[in-house]
Write a protein that binds this ligand. Structure first.
Ligand SMILES: [Zn+2]
Ligand SMILES: [Zn+2]
Length: 121
């Protein structure tokens, strides 16, 4: 682990094209910003078993340059649903999205701070 990492966690997201879940490793660095550093495939079952989604992460969230993107479609970002607060992958195109969790659709809003639910790492 890098020495400027203060905390690390994993948050759950879903791919908007395959609707499969994945985990995003997220770490808090000394500048008080959370960085997404890694993404990996999950099954819904293992996601539940490992308790991802049980702690809240709040603050500024950014994407590390080494973040590989969604493991299913390669989308390099994600959006946080205003309805269920869960994450759906996003590839930077268009100005609207459909949540892969609850089906809510709406306009994208750019936000620099988020409340995410993550799990112990
Ligand atoms: Zn995806
Ligand atoms: Zn949603």
């Amino acid at each position: 682990m890098r020495e400027d990492v203060l905390e690390a966690s994993v948050v759950m997201a879903k791919c908007r094209t395959s609707h499969q879940p994945y985990g995003i490793r997220i770490e808090k660095r000394r500048n008080n910003t959370w960085y997404c550093t890694w993404a990996f495939k999950l099954s819904e079952k293992s996601a539940g078993n490992e308790g991802y989604g049980s702690t809240m992460i709040s603050g500024r969230v950014d994407v590390d340059p080494e973040y590989p993107g969604c493991p299913y479609c390669g989308g390099n970002g994600w959006v946080s649903c205003g309805h269920c607060n869960k994450l759906t992958c996003y590839n930077g195109e268009g100005d609207s999205f459909t949540c892969a969790w609850c089906g809510n659709s709406g306009k994208l809003q750019s936000a620099e701070t988020f409340d995410l639910s993550g799990g112990g790492y």
